[in-house]
Design a protein around this ligand. Structure first.
Ligand code: DON
Length: 564
């Protein structure tokens, strides 16, 4: 088995390298695109055994928890968008929830200032994990194969080990001090010598946890020995998740966020992710401009999108939060007249300083007080053209850095996605207010944007990405790259990206995104530009006009596509 996965990994890399010039991997029937070649291969094998897209998604998620521990997870949460072959769409919210003992000011010091180290590192940073229940629920509603068969590949990868990539070796070495500081004992990620590419990562504790989930489903995680290990870990210091929190955790099937862009129908994730609503607002604004004529990353295009983005992120900060706690005015935010009014404040000549922008007043708001870098995405299309987009996260890379002792998986640090104090930025520089304040059993606002697109009633594209606040704008640009700028799926994923999130007031851009002329012209309009490290890792799939499938696997990571 182990050598089988090694040779498969090699084949996949070959496949991918061969495919990366211009076009991505092209396959006739089914495709899996994920952050790791072994996880993609697990998904393809499940599809070839007769599993559908949901079966493959469950198997890929559990495999990523093993082979991509920085973000693939058991201890985190996420969102799943599913489009059945008949066109019906479903979204599953398996976002973490705050523990019952969480309080509004739990991350503030005596002077009322946020203590970011508490919301980012260690046990208190963790929300109640949602991933396992999410996978159980998705499988129960739509899966075809036996749940045990979907877990088995992950169990074997954890027990027999897998070879880490150069990138992973680097990350594990960089995190060494954090793993020592935020764990009471040793863990699989700590090695006596420095990690190097090709070293085998064995995770026997994780294998045992996966076996308990394999054999007992939800109870294998939220009850019994695994739950006891989580609670014990909390009691080692600072943590507040209780056995009751774990027992009470629930996922929610939500009404998808749906809109149109030209002849395309967009199906995305509603709150508690801000992703779907923000993406639909941005596309509604983009639809009014001749982007194709303006061209990709031209001064006009970048200026307009940056201006649209700063307005949408201002709305996000004001209105978006857990819909089970606050009234999110989705209809109003997507109302055509409201969009037109927001657009009317954009000048073609100059950037509006973010300090001059506040959230708009969408219709049907009763009062303004309406209170009532690490994630991973994978895209799958099966042979029947069922499609699934899953984005899942621990929040930061390796989450809270704390491994649940004996259980072998990392705790998330998702509590940092709440607004610890109104107006104070979180780890992604995002600002929020009452709508995203901490309360017991509440879901923290997300930017994750798993999205499925239809063209003229047929499946067209499946996509999503990690990247914190930049997720929404990366998904937007990838869609526009294909629909407006004529790129292949692979080119659309590879193209350089930029991002504006209202506050701080600047355009972030990957190094080399703008040539000197474009940069000078943007600066002349009043944009401050900051170059930064890679933005996002989009993994996407596109149905080509002849019915074949093209994968877009992001070369910013070890991401890889497989299919048949
Ligand atoms: O839910 C969110 O929006 C964040 N926790 C996602 C974090 C993320 O994408 C980090 N990846 N680079």
């Amino acid at each position: 088995m182990f050598s089988k996965y090694l040779s498969i990994a090699f084949l996949f890399l070959l496949n991918f390298v061969a495919a990366s010039a211009g076009r991505g991997l092209i396959v006739p029937k089914a495709v899996v695109v994920s952050a790791h070649p072994l996880a993609s291969q697990v998904g393809v094998e499940i599809l070839q055994k007769g599993g559908n897209a949901i079966d493959a998604a469950v198997a890929v998620q559990f495999a990523l928890a093993v082979v991509y521990p920085s973000a693939g997870n058991l201890g985190g949460g996420g969102f799943l968008v599913f489009r059945k072959m008949d066109g019906k769409a479903f979204t599953l919210d398996f976002r973490e929830k705050s523990p019952a003992a969480a309080t509004k000011n739990m991350f503030l010091d005596d002077d009322g200032e946020p203590r970011a180290e508490l919301s980012l590192f260690g046990r208190l940073a963790a929300g109640v994990p949602g991933t396992v229940e999410g996978m159980v629920a998705a499988h129960k509603r739509f899966g075809k194969l036996k749940f045990t068969d979907l877990l088995q590949p992950a169990v074997e990868l954890a027990r027999r080990g897998f070879p880490i990539s150069a990138r992973q070796a680097n990350e594990l070495n960089n995190e060494r001090n954090n793993f020592i500081e935020y764990n009471s004992g040793s863990c699989a990620f700590l090695s006596m010598k420095a990690w190097k590419a090709g070293d085998t990562l064995y995770q026997p504790d994780l294998a045992a946890t996966l076996e308990r989930i394999r054999d007992n489903g939800r109870a294998g995680f939220y009850e019994g020995p695994t739950a006891a290990m989580i609670v014990n870990e909390m009691q080692r210091g600072g943590g507040i998740i209780t056995a009751e929190d774990l027992r009470n955790y629930n996922v929610v099937w939500r009404v998808p966020a749906v809109g149109t862009y030209k002849q395309y129908k967009i199906v995305s994730m509603p709150p508690p992710s801000s992703g779907g609503v923000a993406l639909l607002q941005l596309l509604a604004m983009a639809e009014t401009k001749p982007l194709a004529q303006w061209r990709h990353n031209s001064v006009e295009t970048v200026h307009f999108l940056a201006e649209a983005e700063r307005r949408v992120y201002a709305d996000r900060a004001e209105y978006l939060g857990d819909p089970d706690f606050v009234n999110v005015p989705i209809k109003g935010l997507l109302d055509k007249k409201y969009i037109a009014q927001r657009l009317s404040t954009i000048s073609p000549d100059s950037a509006t300083p973010s300090d001059e922008i506040v959230a708009g007043l969408p219709p049907n708001i009763r009062t303004k007080a309406h209170e009532s870098e690490e994630t991973t995405h994978f895209s799958i299309i099966d042979a029947d053209r069922n499609a699934v987009a899953v984005t899942t996260t621990l929040n930061g890379s390796y989450g809270a850095k704390t491994v649940v002792a004996g259980a072998g998986f990392l705790l998330n640090n998702e509590m940092d996605d709440f607004s610890a104090k109104p107006g104070t930025p979180n780890a992604y520089g995002l600002i929020g207010g009452a709508a995203n304040s901490i309360a017991p059993n509440k879901r923290m606002l997300s930017s994750m944007t798993p999205t499925i697109i239809e063209k003229e009633g047929k499946l067209f594209m499946v996509l999503g990405t990690p990247g914190g606040s930049t997720i929404i704008t990366s998904v937007l640009q990838t869609i526009l790259n294909v629909t407006e700028f004529g790129m292949t799926m692979q080119e659309a994923v590879a193209a350089p990206r930029f991002h504006n999130q209202w506050q701080p007031d600047r355009i972030y851009a990957e190094i080399g995104t703008f040539n000197r002329d474009v940069r000078t012209s943007l600066e002349a309009k009043g944009h401050e530009i900051t170059e930064r490290t890679p933005i996002g890792r989009v993994d996407a799939a596109l149905v080509l006009p002849d019915g074949t499938l093209e994968a877009g696997a992001d070369t910013r990571g070890d991401d890889a596509a497989g299919g048949y």
